[in-house]
Design a protein around this ligand. Structure first.
Ligand code: SAM
Ligand code: SF4
Length: 331
């Protein structure tokens, strides 16, 4: 193993960075944000140049995969140029993005041309009224058109992300799966995580991956799969539909921390060592204090990784355990 490879204190190799390029978003999804959000003042958000510098540092230290997320990454001005700069970094294996899809009609092709290899697109409902209720501001048709645009733009894979909630979209799971299967897309069903006070008790709508799987099994024959994307999802395949993989992200019932290979960076340059813990390090302060030399950043980075927690502590009905919202986290 190269001596530049980032390692944490438990011997886990860190080769995946998820970076939030903005905390802002054109949606206000009920599981992610409160209705009335205050966003970061612009000067507190890293500039694109600062982001580029930090990503280059991570990649030089053996990080192989970068996911750009947010907030909504496509509302950040200059996002395509940032993608081009990152995808050109020597040593990077793949640049990928998570988006709500609202602007993909405009951005799908430029993103693919800028070197983004795969997209995760959030889609929680196929009913326009429900979609609006869940996202509070979103237009379903715009997202569906965006998915169509992405399907022809040249990405290696596209995956749909569904946060499943009882009383809101659990009954749509089979329809969403049909939609994914008919287009040969992957789909991941996610258990809602308790990040930020979204103004309601999450326990009421919580739905386990077990229940989702049972529901799907009534319609499709599922085959367990040993596939692993290096992430927290467990995968199954659908008999007769080899194109589609179904993933389940179950932070409550499936503890995936032992093999965690990732860290997150918020839009203000806080390095989060664990999604479900508050430990963080202020990279922005270092970047601004040392505009031309990377050595102090690297030293601080290596030191802080030694404190990466062994695991998260989510519980199903514990509600808010983490005060930061998902949009500020870089989910
Ligand atoms: N705006 C983009 C989007 O929605 O895809 C990217 C950012 S969003 C925070 C990333 C992913 O986190 C989305 O798939 C969203 O559904 C998921 N997410 C947000 N809040 C969540 C929560 N409390 N629990 C589980 N997943 C959540
Ligand atoms: Fe925006 Fe994504 Fe959060 Fe929804 S999940 S509010 S689209 S950042």
């Amino acid at each position: 193993m190269s001596d530049t490879q980032l390692m944490d204190g438990l011997g886990r190799r860190i080769d995946y960075l998820r970076m939030s390029v903005t905390d802002r978003c054109d949606f206000r999804c009920v599981y992610c944000m409160a209705e009335d959000m205050t966003f970061l003042p612009r000067q507190q958000v890293l500039s694109l140049e600062e982001m580029q510098r930090l990503v280059a540092l991570f990649v030089a230290q053996g990080v192989k995969k970068i996911r750009l997320t947010g907030g909504e990454p496509l509302v950040r001005r200059g996002i395509v140029e940032l993608c081009s700069a990152i995808s050109a970094l020597p040593g990077l294996r793949e640049l990928v993005m998570t988006t709500n899809g609202s602007q993909l009609v405009k951005f799908a092709r430029p993103l693919a041309e800028a070197g983004v290899k795969r997209l995760n697109i959030s889609l929680d409902s196929l009913d326009p009224v429900r979609f609006k209720t869940i996202t509070r501001t979103g237009e379903l048709q715009q997202v569906l058109d965006g998915i169509d645009a992405a399907c022809t733009a040249g990405f290696e894979r596209i995956k749909l992300n569904v946060v499943v909630m009882k009383g809101r979209n659990l009954d749509e799971v089979p329809g969403l799966l049909d939609y994914a299967v008919s287009r040969g897309l992957d789909i991941t069903f996610i258990e809602e995580m308790p990040l930020g006070d979204v103004g309601r008790s999450r326990g009421e709508t919580f739905c386990s991956s077990e229940e989702v799987r049972d529901l799907i099994s009534q319609r499709y024959r599922l085959m367990d799969s040993a596939e692993n994307s290096g992430g927290p999802a467990r995968y199954v395949r659908v008999e007769g539909h080899p194109e589609t993989r179904i993933g389940f992200i179950s932070p409550h019932s499936n503890n995936f921390c032992a093999t965690c290979n990732r860290v997150r960076m918020t839009a203000e340059g806080r390095l989060l060592l664990c999604l479900g813990q508050e430990n963080s390090m202020d990279l922005r302060a270092l970047v601004r204090r040392h505009p031309t030399t990377d050595a102090p950043l690297l030293e601080a980075l290596r030191k802080s990784l030694m404190g990466k927690p062994a695991h998260h502590d989510f519980t199903v009905d514990g509600d808010v355990q983490i005060v930061r919202f998902m949009n500020a986290t870089g989910g």
